[in-house]
Design a protein around this ligand. Sequence first.
Ligand code: AMP
Ligand code: MG
Length: 674
Amino acid sequence: MSAPSRLRAAILIISETANKDPTTDKGIAALQEVFSRIAGDRWDANETRIVPDNAHDIQSSIKGWCDGTDPINLIATSGGTGFAQKDVTPEPSLMLGIRHAMLSTSLKVTPFAMMARPVAGVRNKTLIVTLPGSPKGAKENLEAILPQLAHACQQAAGADSRSLHVGGTQQLEREAGLKAQSTVQDTSKHQHHHHSHNRSHGHGHSGHTGPKAHTKPEDRSVSNDPNAGPTQRYRESPYPMLAVEEALKLIAEHTPDPTILRSAVNESIVGCVLAEDVTARESVPAFRASIVDGYAIVASNHPLVPSTKGLFPVTGISHAQAGEVAKLGTGEVARITTGAPLPPGATAVVMVEDTVLRSMTEDGKEEDEIEILTDAIKEGENVREVGSDVRAGDVVMRKGEGMTAVGGEFGLLASVGTQEISVYKQPVVGVLSTGDEIIPHDRSGDLKLGEVRDTNRPTLLTAVRGSGFEAVDLGIASDKPGALETALRDALRTVDIVITSGGVSMGELDLLKPTIERSLGGTIHFGRVSMKPGKPTTFATVPVKPNDSSDRKRKAIFSLPGNPASAVVTYQLFVLPALQKMAGFSPPWGLPKVKVVLEHEVRMDPKRAEYHRAVVEAKEDGLLYATSTGFQRSSRIGSFKGANALLCLPPRPGTLARGEKVDALLMGKIISAL
Ligand code: AMP
Ligand code: MG
């Protein structure tokens, strides 16, 4: 027998009134509408019953649906879950032995973590969920959980747990909304339970393989459903809390690879990384040039060639300019300027300081004869030979080397006549603020109650540009699901990577994660990091179809916390390495790390790694010293004023004493007291 492709649901309305007069019931229609609208291709919800509010009727209905040879996949009850005397649904569920906490991994129906108050459980192969009595409440609850129910029912029906758990324990935990460590041991226990469960049922129902999921667990969203309202949201983040190093690994893994661009050699390549080796087209110098102002002569180290000392006629002139230069004979000199080509035949240049003028032409304007005061001039003296700085054909720069703003690399390419090079394309970074309370920072007038001036956008735009990348201002998006989705879609079409701030905390208006996962079909690689500040930092990639070509590529979104100091810390720590990877820099990416000596005691956070803003100064003893910028609350952007480093404080109780050494990440120039 092939697996049934559709799932069957029964709706049980528990209501005295509706039982007496079924025409008053609106619950069945409301719930059937949800099934057909949200998942009509998966579900049949034709079985319905209305019972009065008593244990016996409820129990026998449920048993009837669960205990046959072809049990139904899901029973959704509505009503009887309040606090009235007759509200007994959870009770029979308990008596039937199916009241398991939704968070329990033993059931592996973990997506129901969102259902704080309703009861859900499994009897035999049927999943039972209890919805509120009001048709509206029942409908909203069902809408919130229905996308996850197919998976849960499949679990309940006893599908092969290995194929269901290809996402591993982390995935299960994510789906369950549990913290990473807490369930690791449990999982193996329950897998065992599931295997034996499968076996015992395998005998009774030969060939009944149960419905199959069409999506993989790791492809399903974990985020809140924004339509489900505040009562349905997670009360604790379902994303595993990662260590900073784990988050950085995921960034290194999932940030898109650099793309290559042909570029003219001009200022636009400053900050770029070379994507090819560059060979010198020409030698530097390209001709034999004088190093000094003086006189070109025919000098020789050979004993028979006359000395350079004595009187010489000035027979020619060579200036630093393009053009032919007359040949020079033995016993003659030619006046020559710094950088000018040596006359053919000349072998050395004597400095003007080692000569005196002896006679002039009749009009007094030109030199006639000079006297060289030394006989020590050697062959080749004061001459830059062809190719003595760079020889044509030599590799002057290697793939992976960067063009700094110091200028040396640009200068080198310029000097050897490189016209065009392959570089990695620098990412264009979009910066978006989010929040209905956020107003442009430069809006005139007083603030209304609740308004907050946009601090993050100007700060992050500055930080991105300060890191050497192009930044695009994407404005402020409001906390409406559609508005945020539109803003992100538009942004992803035009920029290479998006930085947002705000909307990643635990409030119902924190829409970044749901929008990325549910509306943009993105993958959240992490949504929580064990750090201070910056805990809710989120990194995702989203498939994007570019305007100019048909193949989809993935673009990265960093959703940084809304508090300004958190946004900047997490930019420096997480976004910068991603930008560097996209720009083709070689690892290790990120800010340079140095050891610094604490100028004063610093308190650590007992649990989370802390990135404490500080001023680092070089002192006479050759060491670097760090001073805190003061109050470190995540809302206080002033903690960044003057800061050139982030002290990396380990997660430990207590304090670090003055004089202790800690790691510091350098964001800006070191101050010097020397
Ligand atoms: P959220 O995560 O959106 O709840 O934001 C956390 C806190 O950061 C709230 O107090 C926000 O008002 C504040 N916040 C969010 N975005 C910005 C911004 N662009 N500038 C200043 N404060 C912000
Ligand atoms: Mg907000």
